[in-house]
Design a protein around this ligand. Structure first.
Ligand SMILES: [Zn+2]
Length: 340
């Protein structure tokens, strides 16, 4: 099998499931840590690389929280967002729906309007300077309960930044039933936002059914347990409800034991629409290009098959129709040239 890495690296891509703070690479964290010398995060590149080497899920949480602690003012938010786009540009990611959790910042004292202005500034600059189009999914950190749901929905609908396209729900699923968030999703949907909750990553297929019926999910974040329920798989396939798959993340969080046991192939064989994503890439020691390489291996794909996966993400994104057409055409012409 030929090495697909160079093809994947040059392939124009869209990413639909990737988190804002979870995308902070060691380079970005070093810049943030330099702004806040009292933080325990090392700034020395070697110590930082070690700090970032993925060990286990508990270590991921530790790294994640220490990065959250570095986001203290609007300038930190702007810097993080713009630099995340720079890392995306290096991978030829042209469009990304970035999952942002405003509650983590407003709870820490950054005013909501300043937070929104910072991400919007970064979005406009990233598009102009780097050719990366960012859109936002504002997500409820489920573990923070209904207060966070109310605050997230309020910021989304009252401040309604131009780049905002969707409304999400993350955090632990066990002990955090999805139906309680229904009223907040109802209001966000009424305001014109798309519904994209995480579901069925660490719990069974019922959580995915709940996300579909109670939260009116249009795409499912992860949905790894869908393959335990043939009726659900058939429903997702029939209604073309995409699954946002992030293989390395699923191993890191132990949602799936090994890559060999990953349900990606079963999802595709059942006719489900899947997209490939990186979730919290530097913290899981991965990037989107690596996730495409893994997907190619699990699905036994050639270059054309990989390009088709990339086109899935474009098709089920919340881009304008004309932009979808343009990016899909770019993928086609790149693939044609590469296979010639
Ligand atoms: Zn996620």
């Amino acid at each position: 099998m030929p090495d697909l890495a160079p093809f994947i690296a040059g392939l124009p891509k869209a990413e639909l499931h990737v988190h804002h703070v979870g995308s902070a690479s060691p380079r970005i964290v070093a810049e943030l840590a330099a702004r806040h010398p009292d933080s325990p995060v090392p700034t020395d590149p070697e110590a930082l690389a070690d700090f970032f080497t993925f060990r286990d899920f508990a270590h991921f949480i530790e790294v994640y929280l220490s990065v959250v602690d570095l986001i203290r003012d609007a300038e930190d938010v702007r810097l993080l967002t713009y630099e995340v786009a720079r890392d995306m540009a290096r991978q030829n990611i042209r469009y990304a729906e970035l999952t942002v959790t405003p509650y983590s910042s407003t709870r820490r004292g950054i005013p909501d309007a300043a937070f929104v202005e910072a991400i919007e500034d970064a979005r406009i600059a990233a598009e102009a300077d780097l050719g990366v189009r960012l859109r936002w999914c504002f997500d409820i950190p489920g573990e923070a309960g209904l207060t966070s749901a109310e605050e997230t929905e309020r910021i989304a609908t009252k401040l309604r930044p131009e780049g905002l396209v969707s409304f999400g729900l993350g955090g632990p699923e066990i002990g955090v039933p999805r139906p309680q968030f229904a009223p907040y999703f109802e209001r966000a949907i009424a305001a014109g936002l798309h519904s994209v909750p995480h579901a069925g990553e660490t719990t069974g297929p019922q959580t995915i059914w709940d996300a579909l019926t109670d939260l009116r999910a249009e795409r499912i974040g992860h949905g790894t347990s869908a393959t335990q329920d043939p009726k659900l798989l058939a429903h997702l396939a029939e209604h073309r409800i995409p699954l946002e798959v992030a293989p390395t993340s699923n191993i890191a969080t132990r949602a799936v034991a090994t890559l060999e046991e990953h349900p990606l192939k079963q999802m595709v064989e059942a006719g489900c629409l899947v997209t490939i994503n990186s979730d919290d890439p530097p913290m899981f020691g991965t990037d989107l290009n690596s996730e495409y390489a893994i997907a190619a291996r699990l699905l036994d794909l050639d270059a054309q098959g990989v390009a088709d996966l990339a086109k899935n993400a474009v098709e089920v994104s919340f881009m304008e129709a004309a932009d979808k057409k343009k990016l899909a055409a770019e993928i086609d012409s790149y693939t044609e040239a590469a296979l010639r």
